[in-house]
Design a protein. Structure first.
Length: 179
């Protein structure tokens, strides 16, 4: 049976860990990359003033952020096919997906660069390089904010993924991926 949000009420292993209030796993994942990017940028900023402090930590924070953002992107793509999306929300949903993909690719590049330099043992003694990484982290944080803002608009302005009251009889609710 397909519910109002379009989710199937079967007893799969993934669905067993999703609380009853969540239409899918996406809302449980999306907050992790936001917190991790803030932590990574904070460590990067602190390393401008104390370069040896937390050496290696920021690289792993960016790797974890990349993995969490990738998981949020994939879960969001799945969620988009399984929730009721009002007509006016489609452009916002498309924009949210685009910003998310750009954010994930930017994180891949930044994390890859950070980890490569760390594994090569390249010293981080140059102030210019540390400042460059703060700027790059800031750019990726900006991308994350743009993604999050569009996701918030989907939920709070358009009600996407929110289990609503009764659907008006004028709206036909069909199972996902069916005409």
């Amino acid at each position: 049976m397909v519910g109002i949000t379009g989710t199937s009420h079967s007893s799969s292993a993934i669905e067993s860990v999703i609380p009853s209030w969540a239409p899918n796993v996406h809302p449980l994942i999306v907050h992790f990359p936001i917190v991790l990017i803030v932590l990574a940028l904070a460590v990067d900023i602190s390393r401008v003033f104390r370069p040896r402090m937390l050496s290696g930590v920021v690289e792993w924070l960016y790797v974890l952020t990349t993995l969490a953002a990738g998981a949020a992107y994939v879960s969001g793509r799945v969620a988009a096919d399984n929730v009721f999306v009002p007509g006016m929300a489609h452009p916002i949903m498309e924009s949210h997906g685009t910003w998310s993909l750009v954010t994930v690719f930017s994180l891949l590049i930044l994390a890859g660069l950070r980890v490569t330099l760390f594994w090569r043992g390249t010293p981080d003694h140059h102030l210019a390089r540390r400042l460059l990484f703060v700027v790059l982290g800031g750019v990726v944080s900006f991308l994350m904010v743009q993604t999050a803002e569009r996701g918030a608009r989907l939920v709070f302005e358009q009600g996407v993924g929110v289990i609503p009251g009764p659907v008006p009889s004028s709206i036909e609710v069909t199972p996902p991926n069916q005409p």
